[in-house]
Ligand binder design. Structure first.
Ligand code: NAG
Ligand code: NAG
Length: 394
């Protein structure tokens, strides 16, 4: 009975799931320590950058055909022209020849061309930022897409001081809803009169001196307001040097569907080319003075989607990093150590050839070592006996 228990405990003592490296094989070296520090730093850095990359999403831009032909297109405008409202008219004509009948017209408001100090600051900031975004928007642009800020700028501030002189300009603003086909939004002299086939602008009782198509564009966009979209015309200011000036803007509208984590929206971007020339019938430059926006929508639309790795991919990458660093470290360490070993061997050899007094381990020291090992073993055995005895006493 006693014997069986003894055996049992002994076998339990030997049952150890983890193989232990005998202490004599463990070598503590400066090389190993340095490598551990290096591994720790490398893993921390890689995990940090990988996590940052995971949290940060990427935007993907893709062109697809646009099937929503029947949709309505909203044109948001806020333009100031240096002529009284009674002298100008704003209109849209599209390629289906349906004009503004039935559409909500734009609002007109008499105002002053000269801006107040706050308004000037606001407009100049708008101009500056838009120019900057148009030219080198690469980085900021992405931020805008991801942020939820609809516009960088609030509304133009209101005038606090009313100028003492009479109004000289007209602000045309509001939103037009048109068919999604090519069209022409324009501001010309005279109020428009709709006819079954198009319309005419009645500009009687006006002399050449009354014309001045100097204008300032505070807002010109399509669709719903949306962050990330730069409206190239906003912040545009043109001062006419001639009374009969024709300003033409050729606008290519590109439908843009945005779906990011924060929202999805359908909106429009545009690119624009502009052209201006004085009208002089004697010099062969014909046409109607005014401000014309010729727009057309692109047959392709841009899908903007936000992409990021799945959690699973992220975890796999982390594991790969940790494992990879360990393996690489092992290889490098082995290489360095064997190089070290080779060098020291060579060094020893050279030393040995120079003075021949290298003693082989003597027989005496060898027996001493063996003895000490034996004593150690004995001690171990007695230790285990002690434990066993203690258990047996119970
Ligand atoms: C300016 O005034 C109008 C009406 O008086 C008001 O609706 C608008 O919010 C004001 N804008 C600002 C920026 O204060
Ligand atoms: C038109 O008006 C603007 C602003 O008042 C002025 O600077 C410009 O000289 C005028 N142009 C002409 C041709 O009268």
């Amino acid at each position: 009975m006693l014997r069986r228990r003894f055996v049992n405990i002994k076998s339990i003592k030997e049952l150890d799931a983890f193989p232990k490296i005998p202490e004599t094989y463990v070598e503590q070296s400066a090389v190993g320590g340095t490598f551990s520090v290096f591994v720790f730093i490398a893993i921390s850095y890689l995990i940090f950058s990988e996590t940052r990359y995971f949290l940060d999403s990427r935007l993907r831009f893709r062109f697809t055909p646009d099937h929503e032909i029947d949709a309505k297109l909203k044109i948001n405008v806020d333009i100031t022209v240096a002529m009284p409202c009674s002298r100008i008219g704003a209109d849209v004509l599209d390629s289906t020849n349906q004009n503004l009948i039935g559409f909500k017209p734009l609002k007109e408001e008499d105002t002053w061309w000269e801006l107040s100090r706050e308004q000037r600051l606001h407009f100049d900031a708008l101009k500056h930022v838009n120019t900057y975004l148009r030219e080198e928007y690469h980085a900021i642009h992405e931020l805008l897409w991801k942020s939820n800020q609809v516009t960088l700028f609030s509304e133009m501030p209101n005038r606090t001081i009313t100028p003492s002189y009479p109004t000289d300009s007209c602000r045309v603003y509001g939103t037009l809803e048109v068919h999604k086909v090519a069209g022409n939004f324009h501001i010309t002299a005279g109020k428009s009169l709709s006819l079954p086939r198009g319309h005419v602008h009645i500009s009687a009782f006006m002399t050449d001196k009354d014309y001045n198509f100097t204008h300032r564009i505070n807002r010109f966009s399509f669709g719903e307001p949306s962050p990330g979209i730069v409206h190239p015309l906003e912040g545009d200011e043109k001062v006419a040097t001639d009374n009969m000036m024709l300003y033409q803007y050729f606008v290519e509208v590109v439908p843009t569907d945005i779906s990011t984590l924060l929202r999805t929206s359908k909106t429009y971007q545009y690119s624009v080319k502009d052209h201006e020339r004085p009208i002089n019938h004697h010099k062969g430059s014909h046409g109607t003075p005014g401000i014309f926006f010729k727009y057309d929508t692109s047959a392709l639309k841009i899908d903007v989607t936000e992409e990021r790795d799945s959690l699973r991919q992220f975890v796999v990458k982390l594991c790969a990093i940790v494992g990879g660093v360990f393996v690489t470290n092992g290889l490098v360490k082995a290489a360095v150590q064997s190089f070290w070993y080779l060098m020291s061997c060579k060094f020893m050899k050279e030393k040995g050839s120079s003075d021949k007094k290298v003693n082989p381990p003597s027989q005496e020291s060898f027996t001493k070592l063996q003895k000490s090992i034996e004593t150690n073993e004995l001690l171990k055995v007695s230790n285990s006996m002690n434990v066993d005895l203690a258990v047996n006493v119970q």
